[in-house]
Write a protein that binds this ligand. Structure first.
Ligand SMILES: [Zn+2]
Length: 362
């Protein structure tokens, strides 16, 4: 069951630390032996694309992962553009190593589907899981993710929603708060990663701090959000050690909106929703967000942001023409006082692991 790696030219063995790898594009090729759930890979090794930019100077190893859901390909474009600009010199990194995994869910990406063999890869990072996808998750985590100091996981909202660019992170984690501020994404949502996700496993097993960036929608190109994400990453990577502006500080003029959590406004009935809000818009409790029409064209109901909720920002909203009862129409991040969460930390350190070897879940 041991993982062995083809070391043919252009391929990168996993036992080689990223710090010793020169900049380039690699395929992390895997072969398996014996009674192995990945036996079909014996004849066709999985090739995991990997981009490395090594400054040859001390600093953190920053990993960026994309397409862990195979249909969320805007992250692939983010990495392609980022590494091209690094090669051309229009983006510079002073220290450390940047490692990009543009396609984590290989089969899902090739088939333009979210899942891999019917499984959500981003819920398979659990020791209790069995089977092909869980085995891949385990090896990817232990061979590659374990080497990182910081992790940025690129996602997208569902194909039937359109969204504002936003970060999801555990804002009780000072390192994640610092990452979120330096990435210059306009909206940051407090949302700890769920058990079984890569980010949750990265912290609980190795103390690796992370954030997730939602870039556009699945299967839909989002050039503006892709460009904005690359610009934020360039600023983040260009000067990792520069102090982070804290809320209220004069340098914080571009501070993001901080959301304490999310809630959905759901369709109360089946029909044709017509939404008048837009992603990134600030909304007030009691505000009308649209109407739902019958197939005959009559207005069945108004879509209202409940008065019981707090002032919020539209994170995403339905872009498909039809809805059924309880369908998710508008996802709202409710606005919170940034002081309610952790202040940004001053250094990039891994999480402290408990005696049992597990960090607190992030
Ligand atoms: Zn995703």
């Amino acid at each position: 069951m041991d993982l062995s790696i083809l070391t043919i030219p252009g391929h990168l063995p996993t036992h080689l630390p990223f710090k010793q790898v020169k900049s380039g594009f690699f395929n992390l090729s895997t072969v398996w032996s014996g009674e192995d759930p990945l036996a079909d890979s014996l004849t066709r090794p999985l090739e995991i694309p990997c981009l490395v930019h090594n400054t040859q100077r001390d600093g953190p190893i920053v990993g960026i992962t994309a397409a862990i859901h195979g249909d969320e390909s805007n992250g692939c474009f983010v990495l392609a553009n980022l590494f091209r600009e690094l090669r051309e010199g229009s983006i510079k990194i002073e220290s450390g190593v940047l490692v990009g995994f543009p396609v984590v869910n290989i089969e899902g990406f090739l088939q333009a589907t979210r899942l891999w063999r019917g499984k959500d890869l981003n819920r398979e990072f659990l020791l209790s899981r069995r089977g092909f996808v869980a085995e891949y998750a385990r090896r990817f985590l232990h061979s590659y993710v374990s080497q990182l100091d910081l992790l940025i996981d690129l996602h997208a909202v569902s194909r039937v929603h359109k969204s504002a660019l936003h970060i999801r992170a555990d804002l009780t984690d000072p390192v994640a708060v610092r990452m979120a501020h330096k990435l210059r994404v306009p909206i940051v949502v407090h949302q700890p990663s769920p058990a079984g996700s890569m980010r949750h496993a990265a912290f609980s097993e190795f103390g690796i701090h992370s954030v997730c960036i939602e870039v556009g929608s699945a299967l839909t190109l989002a050039p503006d959000q892709t460009r904005q994400t690359v610009a934020g990453l360039a600023e983040f990577l260009g000067d990792l050690d520069r102090p982070t502006p804290v809320p209220g500080h004069p340098l914080s003029s571009r501070s993001p909106l901080i959301c304490g959590g999310v809630n959905w406004v759901r369709s109360p009935c089946a029909g044709l929703p017509e939404l008048i809000c837009s992603p990134g818009e600030i909304i007030e409790p009691g505000q009308q967000l649209g109407k739902v029409y019958s197939l005959a064209g009559d207005c069945i109901t108004k879509v209202i942001y409940p008065v019981s909720q707090r002032r919020g920002v539209v994170l995403s909203q339905l872009s498909a023409p039809g809805a059924v009862p309880q369908y998710e129409l508008v996802r709202v991040g409710w606005l919170a006082d940034p002081g309610a969460f952790a202040a940004p930390c001053s250094s990039w350190t891994r999480g402290r692991r408990t005696a049992a070897g597990k960090g607190a879940a992030r």
